[in-house]
Design a protein around this ligand. Structure first.
Ligand SMILES: Nc1ncnc2c1ncn2[C@@H]1O[C@H](COP(=O)(O)OP(=O)(O)O)[C@@H](O)[C@H]1O
Ligand SMILES: [Mg+2]
Length: 396
């Protein structure tokens, strides 16, 4: 049997399963309960936050209301088909191939202009006892001009049986004439903690063990997108084979530097050991970590240390597992906030100049040496000024 990716197998099946979008789910449910569903909606937000899922749920609530547990029952039940017909409709809607819930991908229907034809057919009545003809248009901002015109024409005088749910990651590219005819919902990026909860429940369903640190790291790397987090989880599961999931495996899958080696590089810098710092850098690059990735990971590491020093280890801003936090707190004693600010700025500069350099490796080594030397200078300056520190001056 072929493998179906987690993101497709775990699509939300009820409004309250769309994680992090509760205000939108509530508003839509209220609209259904009070029979005030708009003709057209515009769902915007970054990828993988639940726009298509919510659109399919709304379509189900409209055409197959008995199949959603957390949806109010219809006012006029006799106008809907039997429950088992609704059930079949619901399954087709969730697969994206129901006849009356027409999914159009603005990005892929462009050339054939099939979209224009589909939209132009909106006037035809729904089939198979369905109440509504519902258009879910994904990446709507990519439609051709002809398709937009057809859409606008239908939206100006929408037949009562037609509903539009337009989805886009770039709302500003949707013509205002269309936007102004829609009720707009902004889907927000999903907080890492909520993603982590969801990943943990998926793992439990799959019977796969993983400790909290792994789940949190994957959630964080999802960057607000549930789909990205689930895709990464898929890759880590595949890489693990029969081993338990570990943070080291995540690093491997993503080509991230080994965290222990990275920590020892930062130790060498903090201790002012130039030779050791250069050796650790070479070790990391030998493990096929890309130089840009190494710089990015260093910046993130310095940032975590700076947050610990500035806000304390208990701050919500710090998202590290318990073990990683303990190690980072220990390391943070060696570096003060100004030194960390300096380190981040230097790495950021390095990232920029390395892009246009003929010898980025030399720039990287030079920057690492400079960081290690800067730490030594801090100590000397501290001794000389006996604590009356002026960080900007001593760094320059
Ligand atoms: N808010 C969410 N709650 C739970 N799962 C989600 C959420 N957003 C996305 N997903 C997961 O990602 C997959 C793709 O989501 P989708 O609704 O197509 O996102 P979008 O349309 O915003 O790109 C879903 O099948 C589901 O597994
Ligand atoms: Mg989508």
């Amino acid at each position: 049997m072929s493998y179906t990716v987690l993101a497709r197998r775990y699509r939300s099946n009820a409004f309250d399963q769309v994680v992090g979008q509760e205000p939108i789910a509530r508003t839509l449910r209220n609209a259904i309960a009070t029979n005030r569903v708009a003709h057209a909606y515009l769902f915007t937000g970054t990828r993988g936050v639940g726009k298509t899922s919510m659109a399919r749920l709304l379509a189900r609530a409209l055409n197959a209301p008995l199949t959603i547990t957390d949806c109010p029952p219809p006012h006029n039940p006799d106008q809907y088909p039997d429950k088992d017909i609704q059930q079949r409709m619901a399954e087709a809607i969730m697969r994206g191939d129901d006849l009356n819930v027409i999914e159009i991908d603005g990005a892929s229907n462009r050339s054939v202009d099939e979209a224009r034809q589909l939209i132009a057919n909106a006037g035809l009545a729904p089939t198979n006892q369905a109440r509504y003809k519902i258009y879910i248009i994904d990446e709507v901002h990519m439609l051709t001009r002809e398709a937009f015109n057809a859409l606008l024409k239908t939206m100006e005088e929408p037949p009562p049986h037609v509903k539009f749910i337009l989805c886009t990651t770039e709302a500003h590219k949707v013509p205002v004439t269309i936007q102004s005819r829609c009720q707009r919902f902004d889907f927000r990026s999903i907080p890492a903690a909520r993603i982590a909860e969801h990943l943990a429940s998926v793992l439990q369903d799959e019977g796969i063990e993983a400790d909290a640190a792994v789940v949190h790291q994957i959630a964080r790397l999802g960057n607000g997108s549930m789909r990205d987090a689930l895709s990464l989880l898929d890759r880590v599961i595949a890489a693990a084979g029969n081993e338990p999931l570990s943070t080291r495996l995540i690093d491997q899958v993503l080509g991230l530097p080994d965290q222990d080696l990275l920590a020892s590089l930062v130790d060498a810098i903090a201790d002012g050991h130039v030779a050791a710092a250069l050796q650790r850098t070479a070790d990391l690059l030998d493990r096929s970590v890309a130089p840009e990735q190494l710089v990015e990971s260093l910046i993130e590491r310095f940032r975590q240390l700076m947050l610990i020093r500035a806000c304390g280890p208990q701050s919500d801003l710090i998202q590290l597992s318990d073990d990683a936090l303990r190690a980072a707190v220990e390391q943070s004693h060696k570096l003060d906030v100004p030194a960390l600010v300096y380190a981040i700025a230097l790495c950021e500069n390095l990232a920029r100049s390395a892009r246009s350099s003929a010898n980025p490796r030399a720039l990287l080594d030079a920057a690492i040496a400079r960081l290690a030397l800067a730490e030594k200078m801090t100590d000397v300056a501290d001794l000389l000024t006996a604590g009356a520190s002026s960080p900007e001056k001593k760094k320059l």
